[in-house]
Design a protein around this ligand. Structure first.
Ligand SMILES: *Cc1c(COP(=O)(O)O)cnc(C)c1O
Length: 389
């Protein structure tokens, strides 16, 4: 009798897929205490090194001193402070959209937006490798749900041609979180327009990192709000804080304010978090050297790993997976790195397709060249190469 949770957990364990948390005893950064061990980490999404930036920390503290910690209520009651308002306005301007709306997490922004826009007469078309929050949002929206082949605009077009749905929404990650590749955004926008569909782009991994000013993959592709009607960005990655936003036309934001349940029925993020994010945004804008340094590290890592004979993926972003193939081999490689004092997680099926287990290396502007070289030294050792230098 009962739920027999034990059997499910034991099965997970038998498959080598059981998960448990690591406990970190320090702030985000290249050097961290993880489970009591001092490690050089290459797994954070803090791509610009802002999660523990002194200006961001100071802004958080100053805003907490003024506004307290809890926001006390939902945005539509009295939890929406002048800092929330200012952040929404600055994010809209930064991304070149008319308006923006804050959500407490990216997961909620995605589910809130897709579920508010679509119902049973509608259809949603998602890239096969979209983030789980986008897939969950589409599945639970009640709309007809289809996954098109990864980054395949021809496959998408043939699906769009065959639908008679009322509203058609195409949804894609800007940068795919497990491969680090960028969606074919210009072609997706053209295809969506031709089929009278809207396009939604989740730029969790591009915001702050891609584009001339760091405004993300849509800035890099030169796509405005008429090309991509819905832009979702998260604040917990390149921006180094927490939360998310959706940006688009004033009408879209007005609609979501009225219909997005995960916006309406939740406590507003703390005002201090909005204050800290305003400081991150200011650093993103005023310190382009962070992006330059990060791009230098990416190029250096790719060239050294390729000369060592490792197989990388088609990625020019800070997400630089090293393809291993076999799940146990990936795990063994991750363990060998950890013995050398370096934390790089192994990503295994079902998170990625069978036979494509990998080490997911992520680089950050807070890494020094010397730290990346330490990582490369261990990879050289694994490859049995005398040296990569
Ligand atoms: C991390 C992530 C999310 C979720 O954002 P949170 O703010 O962490 O909930 C959504 N989409 C993508 C592509 C992500 O990588």
């Amino acid at each position: 009798m009962g739920f027999d949770l034990h059997a499910d957990l034991a099965a997970r364990q038998a498959e080598g897929l059981y998960r448990k948390v690591r406990i970190s005893g320090s702030a985000q950064g290249p050097l961290m205490q993880v489970d009591g061990e001092a490690l050089l980490t290459f797994c954070s999404n803090d791509y610009l090194g802002l999660a523990n930036h002194p200006k961001v920390v100071a802004a958080f503290q100053a805003a907490a001193a003024q506004y307290g910690v809890g926001s006390g209520a939902a945005h539509l009651v009295n939890g929406h402070s002048t800092l929330h308002q200012q952040l929404e306005e600055e994010l809209a301007a930064f991304t070149g959209r008319e308006a923006a709306l804050l959500f407490s997490t990216g997961y909620m922004a995605n589910t809130g937006t897709i579920q508010a826009l679509l119902g049973k007469d509608d259809a949603v078309f998602e890239d096969k490798w979209n983030h789980a929050s986008l897939l969950d949002a589409g599945l639970h929206s009640g709309a007809r749900f289809q996954r098109y082949l990864h980054a395949d605009v021809v496959n998408l077009a043939s699906r769009l041609e065959r639908t008679d749905a009322r509203r058609k929404l195409v949804v894609t990650d800007g940068v795919f979180s497990m491969d680090g590749d960028t969606a074919p955004l210009t072609d997706l926008a053209t295809c969506a327009r031709q089929h009278n569909a809207w396009l939604m782009v989740d730029d969790a991994h591009g915001l702050g990192v891609l584009g001339k000013t760091g405004a993300g993959c849509l800035e890099e592709a030169g796509l405005g709000q008429n090309d991509v009607q819905i832009l979702m960005g998260t604040l917990g990655k390149g921006f180094g804080t927490a939360g998310a936003f959706v940006a688009g036309s004033r009408e879209l934001i007005d609609y979501l304010t009225n219909f997005a349940r995960p916006y309406i029925y939740t406590t507003a993020m703390p005002a201090a978090l909005a204050g800290a994010t305003l400081a991150s945004l200011s650093v993103v804008k005023s310190e382009p050297e962070r992006r330059h340094h990060l791009n230098l590290l990416i190029a250096h890592f790719r060239s050294a790993m390729t000369s060592l004979g490792f197989q990388l993926m088609d990625s020019s972003t800070p997400i630089q997976p090293v393809l291993v193939g076999d799940a146990n081999a990936a795990l063994a490689m991750s363990q060998r790195l950890q013995q050398a004092g370096i934390l790089v997680p192994a990503i295994r099926p079902p998170t990625v397709p069978a036979g494509t287990a990998r080490l997911r290396v992520t680089l950050s502007a807070s890494h020094s060249l010397e730290q990346v070289n330490r990582l490369l030294d261990v990879f050289a050792d694994i490859a049995g190469a005398p040296s990569w230098r």
